[in-house]
Design a binder for this molecule. Sequence first.
Ligand SMILES: Cc1cc2nc3c(=O)[nH]c(=O)nc-3n(C[C@H](O)[C@H](O)[C@H](O)COP(=O)(O)OP(=O)(O)OC[C@H]3O[C@@H](n4cnc5c(N)ncnc54)[C@H](O)[C@@H]3O)c2cc1C
Length: 403
Amino acid sequence: MLQVGVVGCGVAGQAVATLLADAGHRVTVFERFTEALPSGAGLLLQPTGLAVLRALGLAGEAERLGARIDGLLGLNHRGHVVLDLAYADLHPAAYGLGIHRGALFGLLHGRLQRSAAGLVTDAEIVDVVRDGGRATVVDKAGRRHGPFDLVVVADGAHSRLRERLMPRARAPLYPWGCIWATVPDHRGFATAPGMLQQRLHGTATMMGLLPVGQDQVTLFWSLPAAELESGGSLDIEAWRIEAMALWPEAVALIEYAAHAASFARATYRHVALPRWNEGPILFIGDAAHGTSPQLGQGANLGLLDAQALSRALATNADLATALAQFARRRGPSVRFYRQASHLLTPFFQSHLAPLGVMRDVLMGPACRAPGLRGMMTTTLAGLRRGWLSVDALDADGRYPLDS
Ligand SMILES: Cc1cc2nc3c(=O)[nH]c(=O)nc-3n(C[C@H](O)[C@H](O)[C@H](O)COP(=O)(O)OP(=O)(O)OC[C@H]3O[C@@H](n4cnc5c(N)ncnc54)[C@H](O)[C@@H]3O)c2cc1C
């Protein structure tokens, strides 16, 4: 059994710590915040992420708290279909799940606390020092924890440890991000259709509505990262007018968000590591492969990382062999989603207006063309292993974790 340190008590960190503690490893999680807390917008869980929650015994509760999502519908400002995809194409029982990040966090955190893993809060890890084959984590106060046989770094897209420990990693800030707010939807405007909906005007204007359960909807609005990073205040009245012009039917949600003025900001990084690990220090989740959220995969990929690591350690006595197996298992899919995200995000968020025209002309018909529709739906559902390789759902419409 291994001594394992996990940096970051987010989606990937909590899932991996719980799975490894359940398998009998001695696990300690380090989180910079005094109290481990969720931050961020609602999430769309794919059949892949739901399968990992099922393995953790959390899928039933997640489904109770979240909202079933049957597909994705994106229209442009003229009302023309840009994206129209349905999980049912893959299997009649397939679906995604919109869930408030707080709800997902609560489930994972409760499960972590019921496991044998330890949690050290108020511990911002600033370094991981290799010590022979083992590694010791160092927090901001200079305290040293360990040594551990394995340190799993899951400190998110803006990881400082990645900069320090993998200087050859690339993690540029994407020039666009978003603001978001979660608002009540008592009239069922967005929740009733059970879809992730988007409205687009060119590549500079995009609004999304994701039902997240309990009559709540997360509203996303695209903005250049420069505006988000400046720290200046947002002109909510100007936003309200623009949003109403783009999506007048969503008036109640827009008005509520404008008056509550409780927008949070998010920026993204496109992360690429030269390899997953440096000896006993392994990167997972957004720290290893953050992308823009356009494809709705980040949390799902992090959950799959956690499950794949737990499986690799269960089937290999030697750590180096287990980490090599983990990298082989996760590499192709993560590479595909990184590439697809790089390729597609500028069609939705960029200053490249011609891409918006191409998108509006080509993507609607592509969603109806049999081969391309299958490619797009399997991409949405998290099933791609590559441009030519794809996993299938099982007979019950669920993602088989051992595929
Ligand atoms: C607007 C938006 C919408 C999104 N929508 C979706 C979606 O629909 N579907 C989807 O699957 N994904 C979505 N994502 C992506 C998803 O949020 C991330 O992929 C996911 O949260 C990554 O999980 P993680 O555990 O790797 O990192 P995080 O969840 O970011 O967790 C990192 C943790 O590490 C802690 N930490 C950081 N540094 C340190 C340190 N030095 N020491 C100790 N602790 C530290 C942080 O406090 C945090 O608790 C979206 C992201 C954004 C921004």
